[in-house]
Write a protein that binds this ligand. Structure first.
Ligand SMILES: Cc1ncc(C[n+]2csc(CCOP(=O)(O)OP(=O)(O)O)c2C)c(N)n1
Ligand SMILES: [Mg+2]
Length: 890
């Protein structure tokens, strides 16, 4: 008779046994699939009769893959252990050396990689293919603070030398290794910056999604390429880590593998001291449609588990919380015997034949190459589901009682002499005690079997990893003339820059050379921006095509989902849409197929909402366009405080390689986008673009002759002073507020006989960067003639004070003050937005034509050109309340 696990509340153990035996018979004689079918029928039947079924998303706390189903691990286990030992050693030493005998406090992490080493080594030895001329390799998102272990492997492979390892975290003099994965700093090595936690997982999901998109559109072959993402179990708490997992399940991303290194600890303490992170994650991922593989126990447990006929051991494993599991590893074998097995005489008896040391070395699944291999092999076979591997490990594995599973182990940076000796002994590193004094690296000569084996394995997998390919074939981008419609006047027609842009985008998608590479991306706002025409024209990408008749099927512009759709409609999910954009913006490298993505969104929900992804995009050398639509604090009027963006340009400028523009007229949009494509895809500059668009409709003039150069540099003279006024001022305006500036010039002329040059400023940010660059050069070259910034060149021969106004915070226009060769006054929209008409908002924020005129008069008064009365009269005449509240504080 089958011996069943003990359940004290079983009212009829005999009956239970019969049911279980029947099931076992089905499994034995007809197979698992049949058993599954029968259980499903029973479950359906029970639900039909109204019975409440016991509900469980989790399975017991044991390995998902039974011992008998484990794919046997090929290769030489002994040699792989040696390789692993050497990688571990060098990873430890490089962190120690960065923190030994110096005051630099360079930091680094030992414990994270030591817990994940087997997870990485099995992948490098057996699974992860590199990109070469014949194949596109797998994409690895490596846990950021495991970087030392990855460097250590590259060192063994001869890709890095000792000096580079010594330069870990010493990058300023060149030839250093970055603290974490940073493509900006190591463009031939790292692909994905992951150390800002949560960004790796969400990007990996969208990478897998885009991988499918690229193949669905026949841009790159699908092959069996995979995206592997390594996550910490603490990292899982970041909303970005779990926030997009349902997309992966829904889209059946079988090309995606998450490996969660469940060492049960984060920085300060246990991830779930009172619970079980692995079980929690199993439920969450299963619920989202993932294939969950738990790798909890190592092979050392197999025989104990096989003897666990009455389920007592399993019960103990299930009931123990993570805080206890941490204790067992921190406190050793005797403690584990007493506190884990000691809870019942049967369990104690089960391990009576084992010494304390043997109990201590009952290993966890994530440290067992056989178990890890079996899990990876299973993930490689996955069909129709993404896979998550939940690997049970020990933080600080191998670092003894100073580090292993200790509360503070995350911050461990060096080992004392005894612990280092013990580590050396454990991993059999052939260095004697004396040699250990200098904490040397260890790399055997190239003819040693370990070295030969390692190279052979990588050769079989196509080359070394990580590796990033920085170069690509330049694209032929259309010349400016291709956008005639945008360069010409709109005549009587009143349109917005958004409309002008959408037409331009449409033209681009039809371009013979680059049309197929254009990808419009929206997070559920296409209709807001007038892009719904693209639904039908381009199709919305969906891996399942369209399984329904859209409600608007009869209309010309119906909602068309398509397996080959070009447009990405990512739902209300800015972080996801941005991650999709990043995957496309780096496709030149990861797919060797440059793409030109345009991510169009509410500008308020860009840099402010997903700023860390914008930063990562810069690090990754992304190339593409971010389009901040409905921008401007007073231009998007009715939506109020949480929509009105008056600072995205300030934030955009924090990303060093983000080039940003605030356009007013459609010809500016055309010049900026064309030039952006030239710089990024033709000249291959590692920059990306941020361009704000407006939803205000007005007439657009034709491009003034010769304006293109200034548009790109950041400012051009839109209208020249006539020279017949009593005084002259220089008026600068950007975005929608340029039109208020133009109107203010009219007021000044008609009411005060004041002449004005009007300057359209397309980018205060670019002017600032240019000014700072020139100033820096001048400081460092004192004996040479000073250079002049572009803004100084524009303004130096003009007369009168300079006044600038924009729909952004004052800081935006104020940045250029140093290079303005005259008095300078700035208007801007500091303060919280609110709903009202544009006219009222511009009065409220003091950026309308009247305020621009007052600002000009005040500046003229200050320079002694006009009396104070004129300004005071104007304030009164314009109906401005001088005691009105400061919008900053309102
Ligand atoms: C967004 C973010 N917040 C905080 C940190 C700082 N940090 C680095 S590692 C770490 C703990 C990581 O724990 P876990 O994810 O479990 O990884 P483990 O080292 O245990 O493998 C923290 C809090 C970070 N890098 N990114
Ligand atoms: Mg952890």
């Amino acid at each position: 008779m089958t011996k069943l696990p003990l359940h004290t509340n079983d009212a009829d153990p005999q009956e239970t046994t019969e049911w279980v035996e029947a099931l076992e018979a089905v499994i034995k004689h007809e197979g698992m699939e049949r058993a599954h079918y029968i259980l499903k029928q029973l479950s359906d039947h029970a639900t039909r009769t109204g019975a409440q079924l016991p509900y469980a998303l989790t399975t017991p706390f044991r390995n998902t893959i039974p011992v008998q189903d484990q794919a046997p691990k090929p290769g030489d286990a002994f040699i792989e252990r040696r390789i692993s030992a050497m990688v571990r050693w060098n990873a430890l030493i490089m962190v120690m050396r960065a923190n030994m005998d110096n005051d630099d406090e360079l930091g680094g992490h030992i414990s994270s990689f030591q817990s994940g080493a087997t997870l990485y080594n099995v992948g490098f030895n057996h699974f992860w293919r590199a990109t070469n001329d014949d194949q596109l390799g797998d994409l690895l998102y490596i846990q950021g603070h495991s970087a030392p272990g990855i460097y250590a492997r590259s060192f063994l492979e001869g890709r890095l030398d000792e000096q580079q390892l010594d330069n870990f975290r010493r990058e300023v003099d060149g030839n250093g290794l970055s603290s974490y994965p940073h493509p900006w700093l190591m463009p031939d090595y790292w692909q994905f910056p992951t150390v800002s936690m949560g960004l790796g997982p969400i990007q990996a999901i969208y990478q897998a999604h885009i991988m499918r998109y690229m193949s669905a559109r026949d841009l790159v072959p699908r092959d069996n390429r995979k995206v592997w993402a390594f996550l910490g179990d603490g990292e899982i708490d970041e909303p970005e880590s779990l926030g997009a997992i349902s997309l992966a399940g829904r889209e059946q991303l079988e090309n995606l593998v998450f490996v969660v290194n469940c060492n049960l600890q984060r920085l300060d303490g246990p991830v779930r001291g009172n619970g079980k992170i692995i079980q929690e994650l199993e439920g969450i991922f299963r619920g989202a449609g993932w294939n969950v593989i738990k790798v909890i126990w190592g092979s050392q447990w197999d025989s104990l588990l096989a003897r666990d006929k009455n389920g007592l051991l399993q019960k103990r494993m299930d009931e123990c919380v993570d805080g206890e599991y941490q204790n067992y590893k921190a406190n050793g074998g005797a403690y584990t015997r007493e506190h884990f097995f000691g809870t019942s005489p049967e369990l104690k008896e089960m391990v009576a034949h084992l010494s304390d040391d043997q109990i201590y070395s009952l290993n966890r699944g994530g440290h067992d190459p056989e178990k890890v291999y079996a899990a990876y092999a299973e993930a490689m076979r996955a069909k129709g589901q993404p896979t998550v591997i939940l690997a049970h490990t020990v933080k600080g594995y191998g670092t003894g009682d100073k580090g292993e599973a200790q509360m503070g182990t995350h911050s461990l940076k060096k080992l004392d002499r005894e612990t280092l000796q013990a580590f050396r002994d454990k991993y059999m590193i052939p260095l004697n005690d004396e040699e250990l004094e200098s904490a040397p690296y260890y790399r055997p000569p190239g003819d040693q079997p370990e070295m030969q084996y390692m190279h052979k394995k990588r050769r079989e997998l196509g080359g070394y990893l990580p590796a990033r390919h920085d170069d690509f074939d330049a694209l032929e981008v259309p010349a400016l003339e291709a956008f005639k419609a945008q360069l010409a006047s709109s005549g009587e027609r009143e349109i917005s820059t958004t409309m002008a842009f959408v037409r331009m985008l449409s033209t681009l998608t039809k371009d013979k050379q680059i049309g197929k590479r254009i990808v419009p991306i929206v997070p559920d706002e296409a209709r807001t921006f007038g892009m719904e025409g693209m639904f039908r024209q381009l199709g919305i990408y969906s891996s399942s095509g369209q399984l329904y008749d859209p409600v608007d099927a009869g209309q010309v512009m119906y909602y068309k989902e398509d397996k080959k759709g070009q447009m990405l409609e990512e739902g209300i999910n800015e972080a996801g849409a941005m991650s999709a954009w990043i995957a496309l913006a780096t496709a030149y490298s990861n797919y060797r197929c440059p793409m030109i993505p345009f991510y169009v969104y509410y500008s308020m929900f860009g840099h402010q909402r997903i700023g860390d992804l914008c930063w990562a995009a810069g690090d990754m050398r992304a190339r593409g366009f971010l389009i901040g639509a409905t921008s401007g604090r007073t231009t998007l009027n009715g939506e109020g405080l949480q929509h009105q963006d008056g600072h995205s340009h300030i934030l955009a400028n924090t990303v060093p390689n983000c080039v940003s523009y605030d356009a007013t007229f459609s010809y500016e949009v055309a010049v900026i986008v064309q030039d952006g494509m030239r710089r990024m895809y033709q000249d291959k500059e590692a920059v990306y673009y941020y361009l704000t668009l407006l939803n205000e409709n007005y007439q657009h003039p034709a491009m003034p002759e010769g304006a293109a150069e200034g548009i790109i540099k950041g400012m051009y003279r839109y209208q020249e002073a006539t020279g017949d006024g009593k005084h002259c001022v220089q008026l600068l305006g950007s975005g929608s507020i340029l039109r208020e500036v133009i109107a203010a010039a009219e007021l000044l002329r008609n009411d005060f006989e004041i002449d004005a040059d009007i300057w359209a400023v397309t980018s205060f940010n670019e002017l600032t960067r240019d000014g700072q660059d020139v100033e820096r050069w001048n400081m460092l070259h004192p004996q040479q003639p000073s250079r002049e910034s572009y803004i100084t060149q524009c303004l130096k021969d003009q007369s009168g004070p300079v006044i600038a106004a924009s729909d952004y915070m004052k800081n935006y226009a104020d940045q250029v003050r140093t290079w303005v060769p005259a008095s300078y006054r700035v208007l801007g929209t500091d303060g919280f937005g609110r709903s009202d008409s544009r006219e009222k908002l511009r009065y409220f924020f003091e950026v309308d034509r009247y305020f621009v005129a007052i600002a000009a008069l005040k500046s003229l008064q200050e320079e002694g050109s006009i009396p104070a009365d004129v300004v005071a009269d104007a304030i009164q005449r314009f109906g401005i309340d001088p005691e009105k509240s400061n919008p900053l504080k309102s």
